[in-house]
Ligand binder design. Sequence first.
Ligand code: ZN
Length: 109
Amino acid sequence: MATPDGIGESECLNCGRAVVVRKNRGGFAYCRCEGCGVNVQHHIMRHSEAFIQKRVRLEGAPESLKKPEKAAPAAPAKPAAQPVPEAGKKPEKAAPELSAAEKFMRGIK
Ligand SMILES: [Zn+2]
């Protein structure tokens, strides 16, 4: 009998280390801390489910159930593609300084 896959991550109740939470054949959540060796095994389905709901970061859960830092932002907005200057065409330079006469002619003070 293969070990059931982990359903998510939680913290050890004893030392706070990250632990993988699994479900046993009966569907009860359990985990074992590799840091301090504490075993957590639920035997009451209500407790097991409450534990999963409150303390386990589920893998493959809807975004709303995940911690914000794990939620990947929706497709990032890409900046609009900059128009590429045509080959051989020099980019337009800033308007040259107008002479006093030209300013006068254009009504610029
Ligand atoms: Zn521990």
